[in-house]
Write a protein that binds this ligand. Sequence first.
Ligand code: FAD
Ligand code: NAP
Length: 538
Amino acid sequence: MGDVRERDVVVVGAGMAGLCALVQLREAGLTAVALERGDGVGGTWFWNRYPGARCDVPSLEYSFGFSEELQQEWEWSEVFPGQVELERYLNHVADRFDIRRDIQLSTSVVSATFDEGAARWTVATENGDYWRARHLIMATGGLSEPLRPNFPGLEDFGGRVVRTSEWPREGIDVSGLRVGVIGTGSSGIQCVPELARDAGALTVFQRTATYTWPSYNGPLDPEVQRETKLTYSDLRKAQRELPGGTTSLTGAIIIQMAEDKAILTSTEGQRSEALEKLGWGASRVWTDTIRNRDANEMACDLYREMVKRTVDDPVTAEALSPKDFPIGCKRPVIDSGWFETFNQSHVSLVDLRSDPIIGFETEGIRTESGLVSLDVVVLATGFDAMTGALLRIDIRGRDGISLIDAWSNGPASYLGLQVAGFPNLYTVTGPGSPSVLANMVVGIEHHIEWIIQCITDLDSQGMQTIEPKQEAQDEWVKHVREVAEGTMFTDDSCNSWYLGVNVPGKERIFLPYAGGINNYIAKVDAITAAGYEGFTLT
Ligand code: FAD
Ligand code: NAP
């Protein structure tokens, strides 16, 4: 082993979680380094530069609340911030708090090993550097490990292949080119309308149709921004008291669920009225669609009616209409003109259910019905979510046990924060925490606060390590499973990345905590107040 550098804490990743951790670790008087494989900071907002990349949480709420000065001085321009603005914001955070000197870019962490005798983690990087620390914070992101489907003949393709999650900094000029997009999740749906603006011809390859709703994004009303800033701390408090971590106070057009309207007992007239008045919102306003599959199917009918009304070509409309799985099983997608894009004469859809891809060739993509000639192929095929980035690092805890082995039957953790057998290892927004089911910034800030408080408490009590008790972890895993049971998330027909089924060979297990971030925070607070109940401190 060459040079080994020592800090109190090593952080892996310099996205929102890594940056938030560095600022607050320094404020707590702890030394730290963040190791980041990208050559810039921002994580998600550094990597996903595809045209149309945008957040679907309002900017005033998808931002840090840990510094009153920061939230007062930053001015947002749109209701839903785009990638460029978010990347600028996160670079501002790095500069404003002078944390770049604690970040080592272009550095991939390959392993992390716990030395029981010394109670230290040794972290090795691809560059051959070693770091030692008492605490290891995995801020590696839940959606940072791209899925790389193996399309036959991909390497033979004569044109350019680009992933939405690895979009080049300099951009790609698709003017007049023949562009193909594979994947119709959030990323595909966001980039298609933008690519269609310039492309000579655009072909979308869709395996599964998607439930997506218009964002109604627009410039942020300066008055809303001014008023929010007057009582920002109240808003931050309110976020933590809501299941999704987002209020309805910051400029987004929200279609409210009716107080007591069940679709199962509604009349045809009421449903038609909802369609006329609310359009796409008509599929989202009923109270009984979350847990009742028949009710959900009735809402899906309203949704499909809207597709028919929006897409001119009936065959394309039919193919773009999601079927056989409920609204709410996957993460809702928010778009800007997705369906309308298919009314342009140079945009076409290949429905892979009826016309599957055979493989790539020099000229383009061959499906069963023929060759689609292409210059550029965009892969919007998603991520190995929530566990992918963690399991790509060889993490070894007590007795040399690897995280891969510890999670061979699926990811098990206590509160999504720590794993039994891996002392002083923290997984920010890890599996078993609300993470992707709520405004992620709220989850990130809560986890970072908890971790730093925990390290400070250990130090003040003269303790060296903290890790979950096996029984507490087992109970939490059971609770996470039970909370998701009976919801659309775990419906038999659901094939979402929340369940890991988009990754070949990954166990079908619901990964996040579906009990609401408000309830989760209350539980974590109670556990902490009870002296870290369920944890062993040594
Ligand atoms: P990331 O931003 O993913 O950062 C993790 C960092 O760790 C990355 O930079 C990565 O390079 C680095 N890393 C990983 N492994 C290693 C390693 N072995 N060595 C070194 N570095 C490593 N959430 C919302 O709440 N609302 C949204 O609207 C929303 N939109 C999204 C849009 C897109 C396109 C994507 C992909 C995600 C979106 N998310 C959204 C989720 C988003 O990931 C989180 O909101 C948040 O940005 C996560 O921050 P993070 O720091 O935890 O992880
Ligand atoms: P995704 O939701 O997993 O979508 C991937 C798409 O690729 C799906 O349509 C999938 O089809 C398709 N696909 C995968 N492998 C394929 C193959 N071999 N052949 C054909 N099609 C294939 O990924 P994503 O769109 O990147 O979004 C992931 C998550 O990131 C989102 O759910 C969200 O949390 C976040 N995100 C948010 C925003 C935002 O609006 N703020 C934007 C982008 C991303 P199947 O459905 O059939 O598997």
